[in-house]
Every structure is written in structure tokens, then in C-alpha cells.
Design a protein around this ligand. Structure first.
Ligand code: FAD
Length: 666
């Protein structure tokens, strides 16, 4: 029977594998899993039940929704995955898992070859060195075709429909009866008999009055990263605009934390410097058009301030200094009053005109527009609205508000089991080894690739911490690795039956609490949004953003904080958490917003606690602890990890040893 507002239908389903999210990682998993499931059926007679749920529509969900102009991770036969692991490490100031990066590097190209097979147009260079952005008639990458590289690891694509193409392959592989869209997962449920094991997940439909309760042996939680915990630069008329897709609300980190999974490097954040107001991509301008960023006086700050890089050896002295340090050099100009900062598109295009024919230049200019049209259409609106012709007028750049993610140029996320064959150091030698909670695994491998420290719970893409720079292709590849591991896990746990640790009625009531709060109190006042008994999700989000912005190194303080400010934030976040219990939902849309906020608060709290714990400024340019404004290699060249106790609502942060598996002196 169909439900109604306040009285939802409850649908219960038992599956073997549940995939949460329909982004790049889950698309990878969804595509890959059927071949392993089919093999399990053929060889063992096991008929695995698989289900994928996404809060949105897979064709346009997640960070690739609008499309992309480049695949940022393609190793190619001429490059070494170890070199890739070196780059990842340097860009993230030395604290990454080489096992994860190397493993990704040796597997990622296969996903790119699949994308090409499925119809994604990849730019190619022919035998005369000429570039083709259609690539018809040229060999496929896997047959020796040469991609057009916009950087050492990036290749150019015509990618407006990238997500559509990738999602279609997943839909075909899984079949639509295994997929349900517009299902928002609110929480994971542990096993009744073993709290260190996952047993299911609960959520609700954003279209129908329906709560869904899944029991599952293995779950892939890949619901992206987190945006909008900090007050965005775009407010008022610009509300809703951000660089990171506004629909990824920290569900991955919050739900994993509540289930007891160990998080890692949650202090890390990404503050991209992008075209101002539209958040348009800069990669093609820097890498393909060779443009430079300048201050208001036309000075190239990367040259002018380059001695600042010497404060951060060896990360500042690499051929490409770490991303945060590039921001560090830009911020000096802004703070000392030499802004605005510009992308010097005029000089870049003029230089290209010296060597190219007018036709080629016209083509390049069209590509500059296409770069935005492919992946950030709003920036075209800004250029049109502000009469910007890039060959005549430079465009402003601006560092954005901070975002939390693990697959782009950031590395916060969940601590996962690495590959078996790339070395698995233990933590025993580490000074703080005794402080690692005893129930957590030792070392970097505990059986199933990409399994978190909760049995049966896997993650990929933005979910995996301590290993950034995977991007779209790498997230897809990681999802595929999970698929294989999860099937193995199900086979190994063939006779085990998950049992939820909480009765279904209680879970349903929990999810619908914001609706109940609204229905109970709505008639107390005549103005629906003003009521002493509840808070609207929108107002609660503003409060969260204000706290994070002003005390946890948001744009308001030029990304600066200190222990005292963090203490204030901790206090205020505690009260916000209490008030979050009073969020109202006057419709399904607000119910979604309420739970997104709940996930955001936990994610924000993890971020704050990790910054508080790490007594140094590991990522200058992304954030500064002004009371510890240095990188302390002696004491803090280590992972900061944490576990959350959902009952006491307390975080426990601790160090884990960092070990280089790849020689970084090369
Ligand atoms: P996503 O692809 O973001 O997918 C997350 C999924 O989870 C979505 O389907 C979402 O609807 C779903 N979801 C979220 N919460 C819930 C919930 N509670 N319940 C159910 N479902 C949920 N990579 C490149 O290779 N080249 C580029 O040029 C490039 N540019 C980028 C530009 C931007 C602005 C961003 C943000 C990323 C860019 N990337 C690029 C990186 C790439 O998009 C990501 O690495 C990749 O999408 C991460 O995959 P994911 O599956 O972890 O997350």
C-alpha cells in the first residue's frame, strides 16, 4: 500500500550486496560486479542478490553530473605507477598510502579503455603529431592510440555526456530491476550479534512516502565527498553555486563514522583556486593554453613568491609544488592587498597566436568556451554577463570555500585495507602504537581490498582516505576493485545471515522524526517558518556554515584558525548537534535537507577534531593553525585517524605510522 506524508510505506529487502551511490565509484562497481556474481553462480551455485541505490538519477548524479573535459588519471604504457604514487604523495604533503596509490595506478587505465569502448570521445594525436578532438579513425588507446595530454597524467575528452555514458554501461550490466534511483540512505545498521560488522542500511524515497530497510552482507558506501559545511562565497543571489557538487553532503564520512569505521586524514581539505563566481575549471587554461596567474599588477606570483616554497621542503621544491602551496603563494598577494588575482588569458592567447594560424586560434578559443560548456556551464553565464572575451579581458581567480573529498586533490576519507602484494607495514614500531584502539586492524592490509575497518563495509572514490588524485577514472577503477572483493566476501561468508541491531519500527521513526516534529508543532504559530519548537533545515545549515567559516578556517579568516577558535567551534557544534534533533521537515524535500545536514554536521565535526589534534599546519594555503604555523616533519609525519562512538557521541583521534613504500628520493 502506498504511503502518505507522516505515514510512510515501509519496504524491507534482503540483499547480498548493496551499493550506495550512483557516481563514478558505484558505476564502476555496478558494471564489474555481475561478472564475478555470474561466476559465483556458475561455479558455486550462489545466486547473489545485488542492489544499487542513488539519491538522484544516475545519468546525471555525482561530481561528473555536468560532464568533464579531461580524464585526470590515465597512466599510459609509457609511465610508471610508482611515479604516479610519488606525485600523489608530494601533492598531499607526504602523507598518503603508497599501496593504495600504486595499486590504483596499475589498474586505472583499464577503466579508461572501457569508457572509450562505450563511446566516450577521447582526443588523439595522429602519426604526424596533429591533434584530433574527435579521434575518429585513429586507434583506440588500448591499441596504441596516443591521447592528447593536457598534463602528465591528464587526457582530453569531449565529455559533456561522460556520466551518461558511464551510467548506461552500469545500467546495462546490472539491469534496471537491480537499481533504484532517488533513494537517500540515512544510516548504516550494524549487526546485532557482532557490532564490528555491517548488517544493513536504511533510507527513504525522495519522491514517494516510502522508507527502505535493507539487510546486506556487504555494502559499498560511495556517496561522494562533502560540500556546504563552510559558508560558500556564493551567498544571496548566488546561493546554490559551489565548485563541488551540492548534492554530496558528507553521507559517506558520517555514515561510516556512525557505523564505527576508522576515518583518516579528515583534517585534509581542498580549496581549489577557480574562476571567480562561476567556479569554472582552470586546468585547461594552465595546462593546455599555458596561461599564468597574476596579481593586479601583472606579476606572476608563482615566480615572485617562490622563495616561500623553501619553507616547506621537500613538498615545495618538486617540479610541481603541492596544490596547497600554490594557494599559499596566491594568498600572500591577496592578503597584502595586491588582488584581484587574474588568469592572464589575454597573454596566453596572444602567445598562441604567434605560432598558430588564425583558424587554429579560433578553434582554441572555441575550446576555451567548450571547456566551461562541458563541465561548468554557469561560468559561461558569467563570461557572457560580464562581457568577457578571454582574448581581450582577463578573468578573476579566487580560492573557494573548503571542501572535503578523497578522490580529487584531497585525501580525507576512510581507512581501508590495501592490496596484498604491495607491502603491508604494521604500526608496531610507531611511538604512538599503543594508543591505537585494540579492536582495529594492524597494518595496511586486513584481507579484502577496500574494506573499511567494519567487516563487510567497503568504500571507493571520495570515500577512500589517504590517497587522492584518483579522479573520475580512478574512482571508477576503485569501485571495480570493491566489486571483486565484495563478491569474495559474500562467498567467504556464505552461511552468515545479517541481523539488524535496531528494530525496523525504531529505524523508521528515527528517519521520519523531522516530519513528526513538523506535524506535531506546525499549528503553534501562524508563520510556518517561525516556531520555537523546531528549526528549518535551511536555518540550521546557515548556523553550521557560520561556525565553520568563522572558527574552523573558512574564507572569513583567510583559512586561519587556532586552538582557541577550535574550542569555540567545538562548543558551538555540540549545541548545533543538540538542536539538529529539532529539525523539521514540512515535505520530502525538507526531509532530504534535514538528513543531509545531519551528515554535514558529523563530517564537519570530524574535520574540526582532526585539525585540533594535528598540532601543525600540514596544508598551508588550505588551512593554517596560526598557533602551530609550520610543518613539523619530526612529530607529525604520520596519519591522523579517528573513530567515532555513536553512543557517547565522542571522537577518538590517534596517530598511525606513515611509511614510504615507493622511493621518494627519485
Ligand atoms: P560521485 O561521482 O560524486 O558520486 C557520489 C554519488 O553518491 C552520487 O551518485 C550521489 O547522488 C550519491 N549520493 C550521495 N549521498 C547519497 C546518499 N546519502 N544516499 C544515496 N546516494 C547518495 N575528474 C576527472 O577525471 N577530470 C576532471 O576534470 C574532474 N573535474 C572535477 C571537477 C569537479 C568540480 C569535481 C567535484 C570533481 C572533478 N573530478 C574530475 C573528480 C571526479 O568527479 C570524482 O573523482 C568522482 O566523481 C568521484 O567519484 P565518487 O563515486 O566517489 O563520487
Amino acid at each position: 500500500m502506498a504511503g502518505e506524508f507522516g505515514n510512510p510505506e515501509v519496504v524491507q529487502e534482503d540483499v547480498d550486496v548493496l551499493l550506495i551511490g550512483g557516481g563514478m565509484a558505484c558505476c564502476g562497481a555496478g558494471y564489474e560486479i555481475m561478472r564475478w556474481a555470474d561466476a559465483a553462480k556458475a561455479e558455486l551455485g550462489m545466486d547473489l542478490k545485488i542492489k544499487l541505490v542513488d539519491k538522484a538519477a544516475m545519468d546525471r548524479s555525482g561530481a561528473v553530473a555536468q560532464g568533464l573535459s579531461a580524464i585526470n588519471t590515465y597512466i599510459g604504457s609509457e609511465q610508471d605507477p610508482a611515479d604516479y604514487a610519488r606525485m600523489v604523495s608530494n601533492d598531499l604533503m607526504g602523507i598518503t598510502r603508497d599501496d593504495l596509490a600504486y595499486d590504483l595506478g596499475r589498474n586505472v587505465d583499464d577503466s579508461v579503455h572501457l569508457f572509450e569502448e562505450w563511446g566516450l570521445p577521447i582526443w588523439k594525436t595522429d602519426e604526424n603529431g596533429e591533434r584530433h578532438d574527435g579521434a575518429q579513425g585513429l586507434p583506440a588507446l588500448k591499441d596504441g592510440g596516443k591521447p592528447v595530454r593536457s598534463g602528465k597524467w591528464q587526457i582530453m575528452i569531449n565529455g559533456e555526456s561522460y556520466k551518461w555514458i558511464v551510467a548506461e554501461a552500469t545500467k546495462k550490466a546490472l539491469g534496471m530491476d537491480r537499481i533504484e534511483e532517488r533513494i537517500f540512505i540515512v544510516k548504516l545498521v550494524n549487526d546485532k550479534n557482532d557490532p564490528s560488522r555491517i548488517a544493513g542500511a536504511v533510507g527513504f524515497s525522495t519522491r514517494d512516502h516510502k522508507v527502505v530497510v535493507y539487510k546486506a552482507k556487504a555494502i559499498l558506501l560511495a556517496a561522494g565527498g562533502c560540500v556546504n559545511i563552510f559558508r560558500p562565497r556564493s551567498v544571496g543571489e548566488g546561493t546554490g553555486r559551489a565548485w563541488y557538487p551540492v548534492w554530496n553532503a558528507g553521507s559517506t564520512y558520517a555514515m561510516a563514522a556512525e557505523a564505527g569505521a576508522e576515518l583518516t586524514m579528515m583534517e585534509n581539505r581542498f580549496v581549489p583556486a577557480r574562476f571567480k563566481d562561476g567556479y569554472g575549471p582552470v586546468g585547461a587554461w594552465f595546462l593546455l593554453f599555458k596561461a599564468q596567474a597574476v596579481n593586479a599588477y601583472g606579476e606572476v606570483y608563482m615566480q615572485k613568491n617562490k622563495e616561500l616554497l623553501n619553507d616547506y621542503p621537500p613538498y615545495g621544491q618538486a617540479a610541481v609544488p603541492a596544490s596547497c602551496l600554490r594557494n599559499h603563494l596566491m594568498l600572500k598577494e591577496m592578503q597584502e592587498g595586491r588582488g584581484p588575482i587574474y588568469m592572464d588569458t589575454v597573454t596566453a592567447l596572444a602567445k598562441l597566436r604567434e605560432t598558430l594560424t588564425p583558424r587554429e586560434v579560433k578553434h582554441l578559443e572555441a575550446e576555451a568556451w567548450e571547456d566551461f560548456l562541458d563541465m561548468c556551464v554557469g561560468q559561461c553565464g558569467i563570461w557572457v554577463g560580464e562581457n568577457i572575451e578571454p582574448e581581450k579581458k582577463n578573468s578573476e581567480l579566487m580560492p573557494t570555500e573548503p571542501y572535503l573529498l578523497g578522490s580529487h586533490s584531497g585525501c580525507c576519507g576512510i581507512w581501508v585495507s590495501g592490496p596484498e602484494d604491495v607491502g603491508a607495514p604494521t604500526d608496531e614500531a610507531h611511538a604512538d602504537a599503543a594508543k591505537i584502539p585494540a579492536h582495529l586492524p594492524k597494518g595496511w592490509n586486513w584481507g579484502y581490498r577496500s574494506m573499511t575497518t567494519v567487516k563487510g563495509l567497503f568504500t571507493a572514490g571520495d570515500g577512500v582516505g589517504a590517497s587522492g588524485h584518483k579522479f573520475s577514472s580512478g574512482s571508477h577503477a576503485e569501485g571495480r576493485m570493491c566489486a571483486k572483493s565484495m563478491v569474495k566476501y559474500c562467498i567467504d561468508n556464505k552461511d552468515w545471515k545479517p541481523e539488524l541491531d535496531t528494530p525496523v519500527e525504531q529505524l523508521v521513526e528515527e528517519i521520519y522524526k523531522p516530519v513528526r516534529t513538523f506535524l506535531e508543532h506546525k499549528d503553534y504559530t501562524t508563520a510556518i517558518d517561525v516556531n520555537p519548537n523546531y528549526i528549518t533545515p535551511k536555518m540550521l545549515q546557515f548556523r553550521l556554515q557560520k561556525i565553520m567559516d568563522e572558527y574552523v578556517a573558512g574564507v572569513a579568516t583567510y583559512y586561519k584558525t587556532n586552538a582557541n577558535m577550535l574550542a569555540v567551534a567545538e562548543d558551538k557544534l555540540g549545541m548545533l548537534k543538540e538542536d539538529a534533533e529539532k529539525m523539521r521537515a514540512k515535505d520530502l524535500h525538507e526531509l532530504l535537507r534535514a538528513w543531509e545536514n545531519y551528515h554535514r554536521i558529523l563530517t564537519a565535526e570530524a574535520h574540526m577534531k582532526h585539525i585540533q589534534f594535528r598540532e601543525e599546519s600540514r596544508y598551508p594555503g588550505f588551512y593554517y593553525r596560526m598557533d602551530k604555523n609550520f610543518v613539523d616533519e619530526e612529530n607529525w609525519h604520520c596519519f591522523v585517524n579517528s573513530v567515532y562512538d555513536k553512543n557517547s557521541k565522542q571522537w577518538n583521534c590517534f596517530k598511525r605510522a606513515h611509511v614510504d613504500l615507493v622511493d621518494k628520493s627519485k
